[in-house]
Design a binder for this molecule. Structure first.
Ligand code: HEM
Ligand SMILES: *[C@@H]1O[C@H](CO)[C@@H](O)[C@H](O)[C@H]1NC(C)=O
Ligand SMILES: *[C@@H]1O[C@H](CO)[C@@H](O)[C@H](O)[C@H]1NC(C)=O
Ligand SMILES: CC(=O)N[C@H]1CO[C@H](CO)[C@@H](O)[C@@H]1O
Length: 336
């Protein structure tokens, strides 16, 4: 018995020791479900190869995002899309002459901010040509853009390589019409758990969508001219004022009342049944995601920034290429 306890302690210390010595070991490394993600990343990856690179990324990102803070949401979303399709490999940035790349897919139609990534990359190519991958650039730009709007900061371990493949047919993202079981499945397929799902959905504390994606929800939910009963009727009324039935274009805020601020207000909105998408409201239909939302409401988001940082680090490891996999592109929109 005593020996057994001792063994357990040794194993525990071993685990703790490893995670202290190398905090950015790939969280998926030991998981069988993610055989493609064996590499580790390193906070100091460019220390000798391009020591000024984080300064350059920050300077150029601030230059673009300060005068146009709505870019922060666009860039955060772009990083998420990149990671969910073929992993965080920069493939969302590739342009195809035939318009059949990821960025041409319908969920990408409203992606903005490519110019920021391109400008950062150009500046890096002057300082250290051919060194910094586009996947790393995008991960850093997303982080720094959120920082410009005074959102949370998270560490970005580096060393991702760029993928060479970008296909419109693979640009399959979680649907805003999905229920919570589907969302949980979509996240667990990427090695992300239920907590990551609800925490990262908190990114909808900033940014916008448009009437087209919600009109069936407010005008014709079951085909009988009704609205989604999961939605607050006052909020439905507000949305109807903004979105006429055939209007697909008008912009709507994702986090009504606090759209420009990166805070925990999204969870208040969802709790008041003012989640914009079915996928936002759906987070009240699972005990774990609901408990998280309630906890953020009760504590005014006491742990949200910390949780968000943690889940963003995890997201940044999804499906990465490392070592001699992939390439380092010199232009983010062109495959070598
Ligand atoms: C849980 C599954 C998710 C679904 C179904 C979803 C769906 C959507 C949809 C449909 C939009 C509106 C796009 C448009 O109208 O063009 C949107 C916007 C946005 N999403 Fe998500 N999303 C999810 C998770 C995430 C995650 C994990 C992040 C980042 C960590 C994120 C960040 C954003 C941001 C910042 C916007 C606003 C973009 C802007 O204003 O330009 N989303 N999302
Ligand atoms: C999400 O899960 C559903 C149900 O398993 C599946 O049909 C859909 O293709 C998945 N979407 C993504 C982006 O993985
Ligand atoms: C509502 O949906 C039903 C069934 O999909 C459709 O037949 C009907 O035309 C829709 N009504 C409106 C006003 O869009
Ligand atoms: C920002 C961006 O590149 N959006 C593209 C999404 O797909 C459409 C349709 O192919 C392109 O026209 C857009 O340029």
């Amino acid at each position: 018995m005593a020996l057994k306890n001792l063994l357990a302690l040794v194993v525990l210390l071993g685990v703790v020791g490893v995670s202290v010595a190398s905090p950015y070991e790939n969280p998926f490394r030991k998981s069988q479900s993610n055989p493609g993600t064996m590499g580790n990343l390193d906070l100091d990856y460019y220390r000798y190869k391009c020591p000024q690179m984080e300064d350059i990324v920050r300077r150029v990102t601030i230059q673009y995002v300060s005068p146009k803070p709505t870019l922060a949401a666009a860039l955060l979303r772009m990083h998420f899309h990149d990671c969910f399709v073929r992993g965080c490999d920069g493939s969302i940035l590739i342009k195809s002459p035939n318009n059949d790349a990821e960025r041409d897919a319908p969920p990408n139609l409203t992606l903005k901010g490519y110019e920021v990534v391109d400008a950062v990359k150009s500046a890096l190519e002057i300082a250290c040509p051919g060194v910094v991958s586009c996947a790393d650039v995008l991960a850093l730009v997303a982080r720094d853009a959120v920082l410009v709007i005074r959102g949370p900061w998270w560490p970005v371990p580096l060393g991702r390589r760029d993928g060479r493949i970008s296909r419109i047919s693979e640009a399959n993202l979680p649907s805003p019409f999905a229920n919570v079981d589907t969302l949980k499945k979509n996240f667990s397929d990427k090695g992300l758990n239920t907590k990551d799902l609800v925490v990262l959905s908190g990114a909808h504390t900033i940014g916008v969508s448009s009437c087209g994606l919600i009109s069936s929800r407010i005008y014709n939910f079951t085909g009988r001219g009704d609205f989604d009963p999961a939605m607050n009727p006052n909020y439905v009324m507000e949305l109807k004022k903004r979105c006429q039935p055939t209007d697909v274009k008008t912009i709507v805020d994702m986090d009504p009342g606090s759209v420009d601020k990166f805070d925990s207000h999204y969870f208040d909105a969802v709790d008041q049944r003012k989640g914009l998408f079915i996928s936002d409201s759906a987070l009240l239909n699972d005990w774990e995601t609901k408990l998280y939302i309630k906890t953020q409401v009760w504590t005014r988001g006491a742990s949200f920034n910390r949780d968000f940082a943690e889940s963003m680090v995890k997201l940044g490891f999804v499906g990465i290429l490392t070592g001699d996999q992939g390439e380092v592109r010199s232009r983010c929109d062109l495959v070598k």
